[in-house]
Design a protein around this ligand. Structure first.
Ligand SMILES: Nc1ncnc2c1ncn2[C@@H]1O[C@H](COP(=O)(O)OP(=O)(O)OP(=O)(O)O)[C@@H](O)[C@H]1O
Ligand SMILES: [Mg+2]
Length: 365
């Protein structure tokens, strides 16, 4: 069996970001891990070199696949932002080729929020599980490379298998949902700060190089916000529709409106707005309290002329389920807490069934 030294020896045959120096000597290799004969390597790249780094990444991957005894190889580009470094500049979209794993994906739905921490990942996970419970073939792509949530939401820490030809990663599966997250590939405690082009490269790899198989719906848990990464994803992922998650506070609603206008800008239909943490369900008495001015998202949706998709309470069982890797729709599908997410899943199913699938399915850069 091969070890880290063999991996480094192979990577010596690949030129680093400057096009000359052998990769291991450039100090760009930020991580190597080997598990079950599969090798995962991360390469940290300077933003100025990032656009040109894809051939290097591909060359490294190809070289590793030739290593005797290797069952699969995956190389990702990462970036650690220097303290005080400027935020990534706006990058024009660069369309990526269509990968072997995405032919069978019929529709891609984004779950997005203008603001972080509103429960987007919780909603995406419960929606995906709900769609699976409705009998659809469902995938969930955690595109939040800044703070991947899927490993925690589904309590998974194993790495994905690689297909026999080593070209695609096989998604993990739980609660009937096919799952892929950058969090499966990079240690959870690894502090990785991504720069724009690397983010797009990582996300397009997650779309392109994953053997999704036949999927009715791929749910994408978007990174929070309405910045360049989100815009570029919305623009390039051939989304069939987007759901905007918001909490009822005014500030969140302003961000939700920003989210709606971002999707409008790139002609992605808004399936609607979902209000999370809408009201408080007391775990002791079951009583309901309107902590925030409840109903703000419904009003915002009406004002923007988009459908309102329902509301989930701020609730202990929802939080504990999310944080324990047991989303409420999976563990208590008939509970009042799961009901809003199941209703959301039905609305999404009906909305996408009403329109013909688009093609090409995904092209993301
Ligand atoms: N309806 C809810 N009731 C109670 N807690 C919730 C609810 N929805 C989400 N949470 C909790 O709030 C926290 C944030 O939720 P989540 O990670 O889903 O948000 P997010 O919008 O994806 O965040 P980020 O912007 O960091 O990606 C989590 O601890 C989650 O368990
Ligand atoms: Mg999240």
């Amino acid at each position: 069996m091969f070890n880290n030294d063999d991996v480094i020896a192979v990577l010596r045959g690949v030129a680093g970001p400057d096009g000359r120096t052998p990769l291991p000597e450039t100090g760009a290799i930020s991580g190597i891990s080997i598990r079950d004969g599969k090798v995962f390597v991360s390469i940290a790249v300077e933003p100025a070199q990032a656009r040109g780094a894809e051939p290097m990444r591909a060359a490294a991957e190809a070289a590793l696949r030739r290593l005797p005894g290797v069952a699969g190889a995956s190389v990702v580009l990462t970036a650690e932002r220097a303290p005080g470094a400027a935020p990534p500049a706006r990058q024009p979209a660069h369309p990526a080729s269509k990968g072997p794993g995405q032919e069978g994906v019929k529709r891609v739905i984004a779950v997005s929020s203008g603001k972080g921490g509103v429960g987007k990942s919780t909603t995406a996970a419960n929606l995906a599980i709900g769609l699976a419970r409705l009998g659809l073939k469902v995938g969930l792509l955690d595109a939040d490379v800044f703070g991947p949530s899927v490993p925690k939401l589904f309590a998974l820490d194993q790495r994905p298998e690689t297909s026999p030809d080593g070209k695609t990663m096989i998604p993990l599966e739980k609660y009937g949902v096919q799952l892929m997250s950058i969090g499966f590939l990079i240690a959870q405690d690894q502090a990785v700060v991504w720069r724009g082009p690397m983010v797009m490269s990582a996300i397009s790899q997650l779309l392109r190089d994953v053997a999704w198989g036949e999927l009715d719906i791929l749910v994408v848990d978007m990174p929070p916000g309405t910045g360049d990464v989100q815009l570029s994803l919305a623009q390039n992922a051939q989304l069939s529709g987007a759901i905007v998650v918001s909490t009822p506070q005014d500030l969140a609603l302003i961000d939700a409106r920003r989210g709606i206008s971002m999707f409008n800008q790139v002609n992605v239909p808004i399936l609607g707005v979902f209000e999370n943490m809408s009201y408080f369900l007391c775990p002791h008495c079951g009583g309901r309290s309107e902590i925030f001015a409840h109903g703000g998202a419904r009003a915002a949706a009406e004002k923007a002329g988009v459908p309102f998709l329902g509301e989930a309470p701020l609730d202990m069982a929802i939080r504990e389920g999310s944080d324990d890797g047991r989303p409420v729709v999976a563990t208590a599908p008939d509970s009042p807490q799961a009901a809003p997410y199941m209703a959301l899943a039905e609305k999404v199913r009906d909305a996408v069934a009403a329109e013909a699938p688009k093609g090409p399915k995904i092209s993301i850069g």
